[in-house]
Design a protein around this ligand. Structure first.
Ligand SMILES: *Cc1c(COP(=O)(O)O)cnc(C)c1O
Length: 361
């Protein structure tokens, strides 16, 4: 044991992140609905762009990500100078913690918030602080009650994972307005596109210095394996982050693939329409089976059972039918399963399996 190699304070308090399961013992090709991936895959334009980029892998990629930032800015109507690209939105979220929080500072998030927020806070040496939610929803007043003079960063996923619930613009604005100047509100928009009419908080970011937004290519764009995300914030925040990010953080393959995905709006339209349709079917079907769930603004649904025992039995039954979903005990929901919205035939398979689970019970 190299006990002299002592890690920085906080780091040994980090438990390794558990991703969604991808295998079932004895099942060759399971239906994976455990990681909120796009069931339609990625735009075919991505494979073309990636193949073309693969012909010049001996060259270093650009450090300024100008082409990808321009594509994002054009599609979203944003200022390209205030966009930063990262290795998944994870990297942007980490850089924010590293840049703006340290020992003695507090990083605030909510009870059922994304598991990585605690890791980002501890990695930066800061103190994680958890505010309660109300009925699986972020409550602005409860959150504000946990803001102290030491709070430097607040992470909120909107829509939230694993609940799928979302704050509307009025609530987000009320939150941003109430925060002290030294506190940056980070809107994690991993599922923003699925929330009809929501801009991910872009207008809030444009209008004020204390709000930042992160977005990803991992969910709607079907590129979890490529690792591309981006952030949008004030010029000052972007300038800070650019000083600490690796100059070659994005590979040329990732840059080319993400740009092609961003520019293929036709494919995005198809995915959004399909998700809205199948999400409604999944929610309706679950409720018909007596399985409670909130309305979801994302690409997954939190199915709530009577208790942990029933949730585990349902999970085992789904597994025996070759279906992988996500256990969310670690998010404070031992009685629930998070189910990614799949294609029509996937949703049918899930509902059929849960119907036979109900009959067997
Ligand atoms: C999936 C997800 C992300 C995205 O992570 P990437 O690093 O962009 O793949 C961020 N936040 C939440 C809440 C997520 O569920």
């Amino acid at each position: 044991m190299m006990t002299d190699m002592r890690a920085q304070p906080g780091i040994m308090d980090i438990a390794l992140y558990q991703g969604g399961a991808s295998r079932i013992e004895g099942q060759a090709d399971p239906l994976k609905l455990s990681s909120n991936e796009n069931p339609l895959g990625a735009s075919p334009k991505v494979a073309e762009a990636v193949a073309a980029a693969a012909l010049s892998l001996h060259r270093y990629p650009p450090t300024d990500h100008a082409a990808l930032r321009t594509a994002i800015a054009e599609v979203h109507g944003l200022d390209a100078d205030r966009i930063i690209c990262g290795v998944g939105s994870d990297e942007i979220l980490t850089l924010l913690a590293m840049a703006f929080a340290g020992p003695g500072d507090e990083v605030l998030y909510t009870e059922h918030g994304f598991g990585l927020y605690r890791i980002f806070a501890l990695s930066a040496g800061a103190t994680p602080v958890v505010a309660p939610e109300r009925e699986r929803r972020i409550d602005v007043d409860l959150l504000l009650r946990h803001v102290t003079p030491a709070t430097r960063l607040i992470y909120i996923a909107n829509p939230a994972n694993p609940t799928g619930t979302a704050l509307d613009m009025a609530e987000l604005t009320r939150l941003a307005d109430a925060l002290p100047e030294q506190c940056l509100l980070v809107l994690d928009g991993a599922y923003a596109e699925f929330f009809a009419g929501y801009d991910g908080g872009a207008a809030l970011v444009t209008a004020r210095a204390n709000v930042a937004m992160t977005r990803t290519f991992s969910k709607l764009y079907g590129l979890g394996g490529l690792r591309v995300g981006w952030g949008y914030a004030s010029q000052h925040v972007i300038d800070v982050l650019n000083r600490i990010r690796g100059p070659f953080n994005m590979s040329s393959v990732a840059l080319a693939g993400a740009e092609a995905a961003m520019r293929d709006r036709g494919f995005v339209e198809i995915c959004l329409r399909e998700n809205a349709e199948q999400r409604a079917r999944l929610i309706g079907g679950l409720r018909q089976l007596g399985i409670a769930c909130d309305d979801s603004e994302a690409n997954f649904v939190l199915a709530c059972f009577a208790d942990e025992g029933e949730a585990l039995a349902a999970d085992a039954h789904l597994k025996s039918a070759g279906i992988l979903v996500r256990l969310v005990k670690g998010y404070g929901f031992p009685e629930a399963l998070r189910i990614t919205v799949g294609r029509a035939e996937d949703v049918t398979r899930v509902l059929d399996a849960l119907a036979s689970f109900r009959q067997a019970a």
